[in-house]
Design a protein around this ligand. Structure first.
Ligand SMILES: Cc1cc2nc3c(=O)[nH]c(=O)nc-3n(C[C@H](O)[C@H](O)[C@H](O)COP(=O)(O)O)c2cc1C
Length: 381
């Protein structure tokens, strides 16, 4: 079981709550978090990209450090941990991204993977004149397939000719080629998003509660085996771990009760523009439209103060048990976490939770971190 950090490179991390004093996404914070994660033996860090935040009293995600430049700087202050920047494919040409990834591969000595984001929040791209029209909602994973085709051709051949309804490249050159294979990640939650991962072979990052997660991971594996590709599912959770269950639940409930309603409404409004309804939009809608109101979701399933993402709540022992329960599923290769307090949260995770985990017994952090390899202890293959 591999573990990663969903870096706080957007303001206020992943909690839309006034219980956390607003904080900016600085280099200093992201560097400290990443160095602590590497020290605690975690496997990778992933930074996101958001071009337009959601405001409210907390200014949720109003500021966001650029993902590639951040990862490049992190590569030079770390030695082992895997680094996953996010490409928003509407904003950057694939030949440009192929070159940035070859550069990051070189700087990091092969520790880089790439998170592909299609763009599902129209206001982000419309403000830059980059939105491709309403049809893009349903075409976005076809566009992404074309995009990945170009990236991989440039990474393996150093040149590509590709004419399609989306791209027009004639003998396009891109050197150097990366010295290592670049694993691809997608966090698409819709059926089209998961089909995309099965098609290209890569890692699917799921944002759903454990009950649904197992079915999604099995379905992805099945789709991949039909296509003869290799895939792995990773699941995203908030981690609220304290000395006792009582303290942890007190903390989680305080975060939930102080949700920033205006920012949450803006998140939901933006997501509901999406004409594809079976992915994150559905998860957010379910979290946000209970009769009791925007803050009534279940904290361990989907609560809007937690960005609609499930949380693992409890004492260090309880959380360790919950992680071990997830790890019994062979289709789940790893977990991606965010914390209310980043540096102490990661330190406690490494010092108090990891030693209790059956799924990490015998685990030796890879000398070259990241997503490659089985995610199982080295001695058991
Ligand atoms: C771990 C993770 C990272 C994500 N990173 C970004 C990001 O950086 N930018 C973004 O716009 N969306 C991001 N998303 C959203 C997804 O990429 C995806 O577009 C969204 O969940 C909608 O899924 P769908 O496109 O399959 O409908 C992320 C989601 C998860 C779970």
């Amino acid at each position: 079981m591999k573990f990663g950090v969903f870096l706080p490179n957007g303001s206020n991390g992943y909690l839309i709550s006034k219980a956390i004093p607003p904080y900016p996404p600085t280099w200093e914070l992201n560097k400290t978090v990443t160095i602590e994660a590497e020290r605690q033996g975690l496997d990778f860090v992933l930074s996101m990209m958001k071009f337009r935040g959601f405001g409210g009293d907390t200014g949720y995600w109003d500021a966001c450090l650029e993902s590639f430049s951040l990862m490049s700087a992190l590569a030079s202050v770390t030695t082992r941990i895997g680094l996953i920047p996010t490409v928003t494919i509407l904003a950057l040409h694939p030949a440009y991204v192929a070159r940035m990834m070859a550069t990051l591969d070189d700087i990091s000595g092969g520790r880089a993977a790439l998170n592909i984001v299609t763009g599902w929040n129209k206001p982000e791209y419309e403000q830059m004149g980059l939105w491709r029209g309403e049809a893009y909602y349903t075409q976005r994973y076809e566009y992404a397939l074309d995009y990945v085709h170009i990236l991989r051709a440039l990474w393996t051949e150093g040149r590509v000719t590709h004419h399609s309804r989306f791209f027009d490249l004639e003998d396009c050159r891109c050197l150097p080629m990366p010295a290592h294979e670049i694993p691809l990640v997608s966090a698409g939650q819709s059926s089209a998003g998961r089909q995309f991962v099965a098609h290209i072979g890569g890692y699917s990052f799921a944002m759903t509660a454990p009950e649904r997660l197992h079915a999604l991971a099995a379905d992805l594996r099945q789709q991949a085996s039909a296509r003869r590709t290799q895939v792995g599912t990773y699941a995203l959770f908030h981690l609220v771990a304290e000395e006792t269950d009582e303290i942890a639940w007190h903390r989680a409930r305080a975060i939930a009760a102080a949700g920033d309603i205006e920012a949450i409404q803006n998140v939901v409004r933006s997501a509901s523009m999406d004409s594809v309804k079976d992915g994150t939009t559905e998860q957010l809608r379910d979290a946000a439209t209970t009769d009791a109101g925007l803050l009534a979701g279940d904290i361990e399933t989907a609560h809007m103060a937690f960005m609609g993402c499930p949380a693992l709540v409890g004492s260090y022992e309880t959380v360790a048990r919950k992680i071990d329960a997830l790890a019994t599923d062979p289709n789940i290769e790893g977990l991606l976490f965010s914390w209310p307090e980043w540096v102490s949260g990661i330190r406690h995770f490494g010092e108090r939770i990891i030693p209790l985990l059956a799924c990490r017994q015998g685990w030796e952090p890879a000398t070259m971190g990241g997503l490659r390899g089985s995610g199982r202890p080295s001695h058991s293959g």
